[in-house]
Design a protein around this ligand. Structure first.
Ligand code: OFO
Length: 175
């Protein structure tokens, strides 16, 4: 059984993960429109991942006898200034999610809720990995620069990263 305070904090996290899923879906659609197919595939996969993060919390809340609430999701932006700016926005959003996970950890400690503390460990690792991934993408974009073929090279690189992420997910599933 979790406290009402913890239940409501976890429901807030559901909202954040749901928004991330919608934001990344909107980014995938924008990338498609711009002809950046590698980036679109990457963002679609990220969007699906965020939905999984959200569902994981629903299941957890049920398991500990609480009630997971389906949130109203704010409309995400549809247009992005550039691919660089778009990934900067992803990185910022991931940092926001990390902060929120850390606040949940703080609350679990305060409430001596070791079950939730244990549940949150997976998210701590996930956020570290996501932030590192987004930083590496931003570094790559910077390295490629803004030359005439830059969008083509960026898209190819993101395509490669996406394939590597898909392989890693498969390996994780089989483990
Ligand atoms: Fe679920 O927010 Fe990052 O990965």
């Amino acid at each position: 059984m979790i406290s009402k305070t913890m239940e409501s904090a976890l429901n807030k996290q559901i909202e954040l993960e749901a928004y991330a899923s919608f934001l990344y879906l909107s980014m995938a659609s924008w990338c498609d429109k711009e002809g950046l197919n590698g980036c679109a595939a990457f963002m679609h996969r990220q969007s699906d991942e965020e939905r999984q993060h959200m569902l994981k919390i629903y299941h957890y809340i049920s398991e500990v006898n609480g009630h997971g609430l389906t949130p109203a999701i704010a409309q995400p932006p549809h247009e992005f200034e550039s691919i660089n700016k778009m990934f900067e926005q992803v990185y910022l959003h991931e940092q926001k999610v990390t902060k929120s996970i850390h606040s949940l950890v703080e609350l679990s400690n305060k409430e001596d809720d070791y079950t939730t503390l244990n549940f949150l460990q997976w998210y701590i690792t996930e956020q570290r990995e996501e932030e590192a991934l987004m930083r590496s993408i931003l570094d790559k974009i910077k390295l490629i620069g803004t030359g005439p073929m830059s969008l083509y090279y960026i898209d190819n690189e993101i395509q490669k990263i996406n394939k590597a992420e898909m392989t890693a997910e498969e390996v994780e599933k089989e483990a």
